[in-house]
Write a protein that binds this ligand. Structure first.
Ligand code: NPQ
Ligand code: MG
Length: 379
């Protein structure tokens, strides 16, 4: 065991500013730029051989999707997580979560650190992330998440563009107001055979059961996170009231909590986002328990750069990922990516990366061009 553990030699944090190709609106707000925190670690093995690894923190700039936000994630890494991790001695990726377990919360910050260690570890051993995880698919179906539009005509032209791009599944962000009308219009546009689902990002209340039941007319794959994240019983009641399956996103922050939500009947389908649950290793545990309980899963997205997008593609190649994920082409959100091999879609699918590590190579010149700040963490 100890032979696989490596010493953290260096940690650099980097903030990048990535303009979105178009504003992305959800029920919690509209964004035009993505402010992302990247982590670079250098690990050294017993011979002193150094390997770098990168992690991407999915926290947004404000605590609007979850309690974490990017400045807070950076602060907790620098002042709490990294000092504890570095003091804990040589490590491998599987050590990161247990060694940070006494520090509560902050899954996105913890997940980014685990991701960087995992990337370095896999690069050192020459193994791809897909192979490490036990991926069974070589390509995965690509879905697209469509933001809220004021105008239904504009929404339909946006959706038509994604259909033309080849996306095999449409996800529409919804909120109370023109939800039913817009779902009806999109279903009419894409026809009965295109997989279609909606995401409310907590915008509804327990009393909205009768309203949400109207969505049953449109043959949706699922309704994602209709109620507030802590309302597990509310989701269970809704699941009994509405025929369309209820899928949880924001509510699922650990494997244990996911098991409870499933047992309570609140989670008929699970959106697995590695950052939200503290990293890829916990994401795999959620995959495993959902597979054992017959709960379909799919991989969510947080507008990742090519770093997180490549890693998500490898995760989504596990056998329980039976629904298309929000793993779209890099160009869905960004005119240019920070990787040399941006994620693309062919025939509606993304190829699972097989290079050592998480499966990306950085375009350092472009990365430097979008960098707004860099910090060396004191060891
Ligand atoms: C979701 N993602 O499934 C999230 C929410 C999310 C792809 O729909 C900037 C603005 C970044 C809004 C990252 C997708 C965001 C954002 C994630 C929303 O709920
Ligand atoms: Mg969601």
């Amino acid at each position: 065991m100890t032979a696989h553990r490596r010493t953290i030699e260096r940690v650099e944090l980097r903030r990048i500013a990535m303009p979105l190709v178009a504003p992305f609106r959800t029920s919690f707000g509209s964004q035009t730029d993505r402010d992302i925190l990247l982590v670079r670690v250098v690990l050294a093995d017993a011979d002193g051989t150094e390997t770098e690894g990168w992690g991407e923190c999915v926290a947004l700039s404000e605590p609007s999707y979850s309690p974490e936000y990017v400045d807070g994630a950076q602060h907790v890494m620098v002042h709490h997580l990294l000092p504890r991790l570095i003091a804990s001695g040589p490590l491998e990726a599987a050590d990161v979560a247990p060694r940070l377990a006494k520090l509560h919360g902050h899954p996105m910050a913890k997940g980014a650190l685990e991701m960087a260690v995992l990337d370095a570890q896999l690069r050192a051993t020459g193994q791809s992330f897909a192979s490490f995880l036990g991926a069974t698919a070589t390509r995965i179906p690509s879905g697209v998440s469509v933001g809220i539009h004021d105008s239904t005509d504009e929404l339909l032209s946006t959706v038509q563009g994604y259909v033309d791009d080849g996306y095999v599944r449409i996800k529409l962000k919804i909120e109370p107001g023109s939800d039913i009308e817009q779902v009806a219009a999109v279903r009419e546009l894409i026809g009965p055979d295109t997989p279609f689902q909606v995401d409310a990002n907590t915008a509804y209340r327990r009393t909205d059961g009768a309203h949400l039941r109207r969505l049953d007319d449109y043959d949706l794959l699922l309704i994602e996170q209709p109620l507030p994240e802590d309302d597990i019983i509310g989701h269970a009641r809704l699941a009994a009231e509405v025929a369309t399956p209820i899928c949880l996103d924001e509510s699922l922050v650990s494997a244990a909590g996911t098991a409870d939500a499933i047992e309570l009947g609140a989670c008929e389908i699970a959106n697995i986002k590695p950052g939200r649950v503290g990293g890829y290793l916990e994401a795999v545990r959620i995959h495993d328990l959902c597979l054992a309980r017959g709960i379909p899963v799919w991989c969510g997205g947080m507008l990742e750069t090519g770093i997180g997008r490549a890693a998500n593609a490898a995760l989504a190649a596990l056998p329980g990922f039976t629904l298309p994920g929000d793993i779209s082409a890099s160009t869905r959100f960004y005119a240019q990516d920070i990787v040399t091999d941006p994620i693309t879609i062919t025939d509606g699918h993304v190829t699972v990366p097989v290079t050592p590590g998480l499966g990306f190579d950085l375009d350092m010149a472009f990365l430097d061009a979008v960098t707004t700040a860099t910090f060396d963490v004191e060891l």
